[in-house]
Ligand binder design. Structure first.
Ligand code: GAP
Length: 433
């Protein structure tokens, strides 16, 4: 039976992520470091596949989008102009008993903490605003210059707006895509990578003429494009929804905003934000667009799609988690799976089988991300590959030596079929299309 088990799924995902090499606690040998995570050998493949699929859809898949990769540390004036130094804040409350600090709007954590001091009354101070920007000190002489690790990757797009217009043939409407690290001094990081202090974003800033109706249409179009991206990559559509932001909940730059939320084991949670930023950013940076056909000069408006790479990666993991009796497997879309194929010799001590299997492994490796396993018995190897979501396992057995066929075992159904070695590459490429 193909059952998606929800109970305790988060604990199971955390354990699996560690056991199989998806996600490790950052600096673990020194006790970890709150809000920082490292991706292991299969985690980095999954995360890179998420980014690659995003870039394929949002940049290569469109004629009106180009990409950039801006620096993480920018001139501090950027953050003054963008409003982040003033307004990029979360509400923080402090426990009067133990002086621990929490995000006021994190109801679950607030309740848990109240339970610890359940004999005390009125434990919380009034909420204070807490700025999320991470400070860094640069230079060799004192006092060092204070700068910031970027709180959103977005500002690098705005500051390069003119460079992109001048160096390419883009014309409004057009977009600039970017993927990269962002940093926030989060008050309460948690739920594995969901809320981290260092994370990655994948964003499109789409520049349009300042027009209420047209920009609203663009906003609606991008909502659908982004929602369909998650669904097309296999996320359960019943666990996806839009959530419009009330005016008081919107970020300081947003005219209006909608989140794409995923129903995580810890509740409905933001995975991506779609924002109408109006002329807030280009206006604050004093940047304009000159339409050299009509000679009009104006400040473009911006519709933004801002996804979290780590959140998408986490939710693809959670969404694909399956238990079938004793078998645990990740029903990941093959495009996202860390390894597409695993190749095994039936027996590790039979030289002819090992040599034949090594040849197949090396050939497939030229085109696909393939792994090799000759440990233990076949059952154990299937078990290990299922847990990391490898869609197909190829076994070289004694029949292979006679008729040049191998068994290909399908992760989801467990079914095996015999395929000619010559046809393997075509078979996998077709499945991955
Ligand atoms: N440029 C707009 C922007 O940064 P945001 O809603 O603050 O908007 C966009 O962030 C996305 O970045 C979120 O939907 C989420 O996926 C991801 N994100 C934000 N803070 C995060 C954190 N502390 N840890 C992991 N991902 C985060």
């Amino acid at each position: 039976m193909d059952v998606n088990i929800h109970t305790n799924v988060m604990e199971k995902i955390v354990a699996l992520a560690k056991r199989r090499g998806f996600i490790f606690p950052g600096s673990e040998i020194y006790g970890g470091y709150q809000g920082f995570w490292d991706y292991g050998p299969v985690g980095v493949e999954l995360k890179n596949n998420v980014k690659r699929e995003w870039w394929k859809t949002m940049v290569y898949g469109r004629e009106d989008v180009v990409g950039i990769d801006a620096a993480i540390i920018m001139n501090p004036t950027v953050w003054e102009k963008s409003g982040h130094l003033k307004a990029f804040t979360d509400p923080l409350v402090e426990c009067r008993v133990c002086h621990k600090r929490f995000r006021e709007d994190n109801e679950e954590i607030i309740k848990d903490h109240e339970n610890i001091h359940n004999d005390e009354k009125d434990i919380w101070t009034d909420a204070k605003t807490f700025n999320l920007m991470t400070e860094v000190l640069l230079g060799t002489t004192e006092p060092k210059e204070k700068s910031y690790l970027r709180g959103e990757i977005t500002q690098g797009v705005f500051t390069n707006f003119k460079n992109v217009v001048d160096s390419t043939r883009v014309k409004i409407p057009f977009g600039i895509g970017q993927i990269g690290k962002a940093f926030r001094n989060e008050i309460t990081p948690g739920n594995l990578t969901f809320r981290s202090r260092e994370f990655e974003q994948m964003e499109l800033e789409y520049f349009v003429k300042p027009d209420e109706k047209d920009s609203e249409k663009t906003f609606e179009e991008f909502k659908e494009i982004r929602m369909n991206w998650y669904k097309d990559l296999g996320m359960d559509s019943k666990k996806l929804r839009f959530h419009d932001h009330e005016p008081e909940k919107r970020a300081h730059y947003a005219k209006y905003a909608t989140d794409i939320e995923y129903e995580a084991p810890f509740g409905w949670s933001e995975m991506e934000g779609i924002h109408h930023r109006g002329d807030y950013d280009l206006g604050n940076h004093g940047l304009k667009y000159n339409d050299n056909l009509t000679n009009e000069e104006y400040t473009p408006w911006v519709v933004e799609t801002s996804g979290g790479v780590d959140r998408a990666t986490l939710f693809f993991l959670v969404d694909s988690y399956r238990e079938d009796g004793d078998r645990v497997y990740l029903k990941l879309n093959p495009k996202l799976a860390p390894y597409k194929v695993a190749v095994f010799p039936l027996l590790a001590n039979k030289l002819e089988l090992v040599e034949k299997a090594r040849g197949i492994y090396k050939d497939l490796k030229k085109e696909l991300v393939v792994t090799w396993d000759d440990r233990g018995n076949i059952g154990k190897r299937y078990f290990a590959q299922d847990e990391i979501g490898t869609p197909w396992c190829v076994t070289v057995d004694f029949q292979t030596l006679e008729d040049e066929t191998v068994t290909v075992r399908d992760r989801d159904s467990g079914k095996q079929e015999r395929i000619n070695i010559d046809k393997l590459s075509e078979y996998f490429q077709n499945e991955l299309r």
